[in-house]
Design a protein around this ligand. Sequence first.
Ligand code: AMP
Ligand code: FE
Ligand code: FE
Ligand code: ZN
Length: 286
Amino acid sequence: MLIDLHMHTNYSDGSYSPEELIDYVSARDLGIIAVTDHDETGGVIPAREYGKKRGVEVIPGVELSIDIELTGAAHLHLLGLMFDPGNVTLIDELAKLKKARGERAFMIVQKLREAGLPIDAGDLANAVGQGSVGRPHIAEILIKKGVVSDIYEAFSNYLSKGQPGYVPKKKLKLAPAIELIHGAGGLAILAHPVSLKCKTYRELGEKIIEMKSVGLDGIEAYYPGHDKYLTKWLVTFAGKNHLLLSGGSDFHGSAKPDVEPGIGRGSLYIPTDLVERMREEKKSRK
Ligand code: AMP
Ligand code: FE
Ligand code: FE
Ligand code: ZN
């Protein structure tokens, strides 16, 4: 059995509905997954209900972008796992972020129009489902219109920082984001630590300890973008510093076609027992 604690549905920028995702992973021997959409938990319950029929256990998850001072393309994403998806404070806060994402998407479209691209608000309405809208949705429109050939070109030419369509997004600060997840009974995990773009392990370690001081519970050591050295370092670091370990592929479906559930780009290995460690940690806090 494989597990995967970082997966997107079409409630954010993944290409599969919760039910399609369950069918896809159950055909690939996954037994436990976490649905972790960007600023959105709407996919959790449908995935969980359908997962029961297919023998796939679904852990509630969410991925939050954090407002923090970092250089260049570095960014901080926080995963919330194992929280109560019915927590009203969490739902309200996510609703605000989602609303801001909608407004930002319109601003991006406006800027791209001003840059001479054939795109308008109507295209956006067609591309977006019921969940949270992100830049990959706009990339998809640009691909369909033949403006770019793939999502990577859409980002590097139009959507990344410094490009004509860039608009920053509303984000929570780290401490309130962790508080929000803890308040809903969940665990706060640093997503893909490689994205912090630290130059040395020492620098990365210092950053993680700083985050732990405001409540971080664990780190996503097992991730397709991590080489074996980084993974090993993170696992050792977590052991020494009483941090939980997590792992996931960051599956987006056809939006990131080279990544598969549970195995990432082929060499990802996620130990199944880390779920049990998380459950024990949660229990010990009650
Ligand atoms: P947003 O949340 O709207 O800022 O969009 C960020 C999402 O876009 C990420 O979660 C990725 O799924 C995707 N993404 C970010 N950068 C790139 C890139 N350079 N190429 C392809 N996809 C990207
Ligand atoms: Fe994404
Ligand atoms: Fe992320
Ligand atoms: Zn993700």
